[in-house]
Design a protein around this ligand. Structure first.
Ligand code: SF4
Length: 374
């Protein structure tokens, strides 16, 4: 396996260009992962897969906020039947998440999935893996090897005295060798731990050992706040190192929130273009308007507007609480609201446009966004 480091400069950030590590490229349906493809954002549905409508509704919600790829747990033959219907109606590539059962993997491939997450070493025999690989090859479906600290092989755990970064990498490479021996290289890899430092170390080590595209994630990251912080620290560090081709933020929350956090992470690093960019003040004793509600609603309405109008100009928007710092910040944004006594001043490119009642501020801002041209 060949290592190529830091050969691509793709970040749009002016002050801190990120040099992404060169990786092979695989196609997950219509989404390219690795190579010069943008870092994609994934999520996983949390419904019973057999409930087609509930699962599709989560997929649509994730799509509405910009998700690129969705993964679905396939636990039995009924889930596989449902998968066929889901794949047909989903508006993004679907990856089947399967453990141990090669028959399910084959049925999922036949149901038309764009990707498979399965660990070849857990399938039971090389013959069974070969059956999967033959169909995956025929259909150009990549396989993700997904190693987690909670499911490492016994011998690795014994020799390392428990889960370690090196153990995660060793396990992943064992699975990789099985596929390579079958001459299959449409591979992505993840080495997730619930421990942030172990996750970072594992991916760093793995990125030195192979050039397969890497799927980043922290497993069992936690609820919204804890999971967002832990995922941002781990994946942010790796992405800054140029490591990572696709990401999934795991939260004990909705797929939609996972996608929003993932996208925001990429935007912060200049790895994702065309995004909602709202700054808002933390508020203090000077506010006389409800900045928190206004900022949250502006963010939601912009997400929706840009999802429905992907070609629309995307100005920088600011929502500030008062006339002390508000106008200064407003001048740095394309469109801004600065709060006063029960009303907001609306600014366009730093110029005061008009004052609007608090209740009309969001509509007035959205009207300026719709009219905005770069
Ligand atoms: Fe406080 Fe005004 Fe600054 Fe907001 S902009 S934190 S309200 S001083």
């Amino acid at each position: 396996m060949k290592i190529q480091m830091n050969s691509r400069k793709i970040s749009s950030a002016k002050t801190l260009p990120i040099l992404r590590r060169a990786t092979r490229q695989v196609e997950v349906g219509s989404i390219a992962v690795g190579g010069d493809a943008p870092v994609s954002v994934q999520t996983m549905t949390k419904t019973d897969t057999r409930d087609v409508e509930a699962t599709l509704s989560q997929i649509r919600a994730a799509a509405s906020v910009g998700c690129d790829i969705v993964r679905i747990a396939v636990i039995d033959a009924d889930a596989c039947k449902a998968l066929k219907k889901i794949v047909k109606q989903a508006d993004m590539p679907v990856v089947a998440d399967i453990h141990f059962d090669h028959k399910l993997a084959i049925s999922a491939l036949k149901a038309g999935v764009a990707g498979l997450r399965i660990n070849p070493g857990n399938i039971g025999s090389v013959k069974k893996v070969e059956e999967i690989v033959n169909i995956a090859r025929e259909r150009s479906v990549p396989i993700r090897i997904g190693v987690n600290s909670g499911s490492l092989e016994k011998d690795i755990l014994e020799s390392d005295g428990g889960p370690t970064a090196a153990g995660l990498v060793e396990s992943a490479l064992r699975h990789v060798r099985i596929l390579e021996d079958l001459d299959y290289r449409e591979i992505k890899i993840s080495v997730k731990s619930s421990d942030v430092l172990m996750t970072v170390n594992a991916y760093r080590l793995l990125s030195e050992k192979c050039d397969y595209p890497l799927h980043l994630g922290v497993t069992e990251a936690g609820t919204f706040l804890a999971g967002t912080v832990r995922s941002s620290v781990a994946m942010g560090s790796l992405l800054l190192d140029g490591i990572g081709d696709t990401i999934r933020v795991s939260l004990t929350d909705t797929p939609e929130k996972e996608v929003r956090v993932g996208l925001e992470m990429l935007r912060c690093l200049g790895l994702r273009e065309g995004a909602t960019h709202v700054i808002s003040c933390p508020t203090c004793g000077r506010i006389a308007v409800d900045v928190r509600s206004v900022a949250c609603e502006v963010e939601e309405r912009l997400e929706k507007y840009y999802a429905e109008n992907p070609k629309a100009a995307q100005p920088h928007v600011a929502v500030m609480g008062c006339m002390v710092n508000g106008p200064g910040e407003a001048r740095g944004a394309d469109i801004a609201l600065a709060g006063g006594d029960g009303k907001f001043a609306l600014y366009l490119r730093g110029n005061h446009l008009k004052s609007v009642k608090e209740s009309e501020a969001i509509d007035a801002l959205m009207e300026e966004v719709r009219k905005y041209r770069d």
